[in-house]
Design a protein around this ligand. Structure first.
Ligand code: GLY
Ligand code: MN
Ligand code: MN
Length: 444
C-alpha cells in the first residue's frame, strides 16, 4: 500500500504558502552509508525529502522557489546511465522527472554547483535544515560564498537562513486521512506479526527465531524493513530497554518482551507486547502485567484533542505508583513517590512519542514552555512499562528480572483516539487464550 501520489503536490504547495516572499527552500536526499567494505546499508530516503517528493533515489536535491516563473518545484537528480543502471538499478533521470515526479524543472545533480548559485542569488531568505549534515551545510555555504564573490557585479547573496523544520515538521506532525490510512495498514501488519510470534513461541527457542517470525510477516505483507531494530527480550533481557542482540535462549517461565513495528511506504508502526513463553503468566508476572495494562488504559483515556501531551504520562505514572505501593515494591505515599520520582527505578522512560515517517517522529512537544495541546490528526504511542532489575535487592526476589511494556499507536480525534494497533491481544486472558489455541496438540 502506498500513499496516493496526489498528496505530494499538496504538501509542497502548503509549505510554499507558509514561506516568506522571495525565499527558497532546499532539502537534500539522504546520503548512502557504508556498512562494511563494498557493502552499503540498505538505502532509506530522508523523511523530509520523501515527504515533499515521494522520490527514493540518492544523490538528489529538492529546491522549492515559490513564485518562480520557470517553475517552483526544482529537482537535481542523477542522470540516466545505462552502464551504471545495470549495477545499481533504474534511475528516473532529469528528462523523465517532470512526467514521473511532477517536477517543474529538473537538472543533473552533477550540474548543481553551476546552477544553484543562480537560484539562490537575489533571494532574501533560505529555508534549510542546517546542522544535520556538515557536508551539506558546507556545500550550501560554498554556493552562497560563490555569490559573494560576484557582489561587485551586482549579485545579492541571501541575507537570512531559517530553520525549515519549524514549518515542515509542524506539517508532518498533523497527519492527513491518506497518511492515517497507510499508518493503519502498517499497524495491522505489525499486529499480525506480534500475533504470529505469540503463536509460534516455544521455550527452548532462541530470541532471534521469534524475530524471524516478525520479519516473515513484515516482508510477506510488503514491508521490506522494520521501522527500527526489533527488540525480542526474554527473561532478564526484557529489562534492557533497547535490547537488540536477540540471541539468548528462551526459557520456560520467562516473560518475553517484543517491541517491533514495520515501516510501510515510509510510515512507521511501533508495538510492544509482553507475554509468557509457556503461555501462562505466573502470579507475580500477572500482577505486574495487570498494573502496566491498567496504566496504559488510564493513559489512553486521556488522549483526546484539547488535553495536553503530558497527560497520558501523568495518568500512567499515577496508576503505576499506586499499584507499586500496593504490591510493596515502593514504600510511602503516592504524592511523595510521584514528586520524588522514586518510581523511576522501575519506570524510567516516557509514556509515548509522536509517530509518523520516523518512529520518534518530528514535532515539538512543548510550546511556549508548556506541554503541547493534542490536536486531531496527531499520531502518538502510549507505552507504559515496569522493569525490575534482576539484581535489585531492595525488592523481594520473586519480582526481580520482570520487564513489561505494552505499547499501542493511537490517532488523536476530537473526542478521544483511534487505536491503530488493536488487532493484537493485550489482556492476560486474551493473550493466554491466543497462545492456548495455538499450542501444538502434543503440548495439551
Ligand atoms: N521502539 C522504540 C520506542 O518504542 O520508542
Ligand atoms: Mn515507541
Ligand atoms: Mn516501541
Amino acid at each position: 500500500m502506498k500513499l496516493d501520489a496526489s498528496e505530494y503536490p499538496l504538501r509542497r504547495q502548503h509549505l510554499m504558502d507558509m514561506m516568506s516572499p522571495n525565499s527558497l527552500a532546499i532539502v537534500p536526499a539522504a546520503p548512502s552509508t557504508v556498512r562494511n567494505r563494498d557493502v552499503e546499508h540498505p538505502y532509506r530516503q530522508d523523511s523530509d525529502f520523501y515527504y515533499l517528493t515521494g522520490f527514493d533515489e540518492e544523490q538528489a536535491v529538492l529546491v522549492l522557489i515559490p513564485g518562480r516563473e520557470h517553475g517552483q518545484y526544482v529537482l537535481f537528480c542523477q542522470e540516466k546511465n545505462p552502464d551504471m543502471e545495470i549495477w545499481t538499478g533504474r534511475r528516473v533521470g532529469p528528462d523523465a522527472a517532470p512526467d514521473v515526479l511532477g517536477v517543474d524543472d529538473a537538472f543533473p545533480i552533477n550540474d548543481i554547483d553551476d546552477i544553484l548559485p543562480g537560484l539562490l542569488e537575489g533571494k532574501d531568505k533560505v529555508y534549510a535544515n542546517l546542522g544535520i549534515s556538515p557536508d551539506f551545510d558546507q556545500r550550501l555555504m560554498g554556493w552562497v560564498n560563490h555569490i559573494k564573490t560576484q557582489v561587485r557585479n551586482g549579485a545579492t547573496p541571501p541575507r537570512e537562513f531559517s530553520a525549515l523544520d519549524h514549518l515542515l515538521h509542524e506539517m508532518r506532525l498533523i497527519k492527513s486521512e491518506a497518511e492515517i490510512a497507510v499508518m493503519r495498514k502498517a499497524a495491522q501488519i505489525s499486529a499480525a506479526a506480534h500475533c504470529r510470534a505469540m503463536e509460534h513461541v516455544q521455550p527452548g527457542q532462541f530470541e532471534y527465531q521469534l524475530e524471524a517470525e516478525l520479519m516473515h510477516t513484515f516482508i510477506a505483507a510488503g514491508s521490506r524493513w522494520p521501522a527500527y531494530p526489533s527488540i525480542v527480550g526474554a527473561g532478564d533481557n526484557a529489562c534492557i530497554l533497547h535490547y537488540t542482540r536477540n540471541d539468548d535462549e528462551i526459557r520456560d517461565g520467562d516473560l518475553i518482551l517484543i517491541d517491533a513495528g514495520c515501516e510501510l511506504d515510509y510510515y512507521a508502526s511501533d508495538i510492544t507486547r509482553t507475554f509468557p513463553a509457556n503461555g501462562k503468566f505466573s502470579n507475580e508476572q500477572a500482577a505486574l502485567y495487570q498494573l502496566v495494562l491498567d496504566a496504559q488504559f488510564a493513559a489512553i483515556a486521556t488522549v483526546k484533542a484539547g488535553n495536553h501531551w503530558q497527560q497520558p504520562h501523568d495518568a500512567a505514572v499515577r496508576v503505576l505508583v499506586e499499584g507499586l505501593l500496593e504490591l510493596g515494591l515502593l514504600q510511602g505515599d503516592v504524592e511523595e513517590c510521584i514528586s520524588d520520582a522514586t518510581y523511576r527505578r522501575f519506570y524510567m522512560h516516557k509514556t509515548g512519542h509522536w509517530l509518523g515517517m520516523d518512529v520518534h517522529d518530528v514535532g515539538e512537544y512543548r510550546v511556549d514552555g508548556e506541554p503541547r495541546m493534542l490536536e486531531p490528526g496527531m499520531v502518538m504511542t502510549v507505552e507504559p512499562g515496569l522493569y525490575v532489575a534482576p539484581d535489585d535487592e531492595t525488592v523481594e526476589a520473586r519480582w526481580r528480572g520482570i520487564g513489561i511494556r505494552i505499547e499501542d499507536d493511537v490517532v488523536v480525534t476530537e473526542t478521544g483516539c483511534e487505536i491503530l494497533t488493536g488487532d493484537v491481544p493485550k489482556t492476560v486472558e486474551d493473550i493466554e487464550a491466543l497462545m492456548a489455541k495455538n499450542a501444538s496438540p502434543s503440548a495439551n
